[in-house]
Design a protein around this ligand. Sequence first.
Ligand SMILES: [Zn+2]
Length: 146
Amino acid sequence: MLYSFLYENVHQAQAIALFCMDFRFKDATLEYLKHDLGLADLDIAVLAGAAKNIADPTSPSDFETAMKQIQLSVKLHHIKKIVIIDHADCGAYGGAMAFANSEREREAHVVNLRKSREILREKFSSQEVELIYADLKGNEIRLERV
Ligand SMILES: [Zn+2]
């Protein structure tokens, strides 16, 4: 009864956040979204590789899955913002070892993040797209807008 009651009412989220499944970044990412970006009510889409699914998908279904989650969030929860978060040492990108150094790695993620924003802007013109990179510095995770 309570379940159907909740779904019959209009409900709204501030944003959707798309980030990677990698457990190492989960807590820091959720903290950052809530405290640094002020996004408490948000939808979450967890897909390995995050921006890669949109900018450089391994298969068309990866792209469709990512877009469908965002589309549903727009339609059902009327979000105003889409936040895409990539991270260092991401397995979907081949890990840190796939890059000559951490600067090159960061650059590759920034390229994909920005490309994903261009693609999203075409489809979701009313939503702001925010891009975040989560870097690893020793044992610390540092998230920043890119
Ligand atoms: Zn990852």
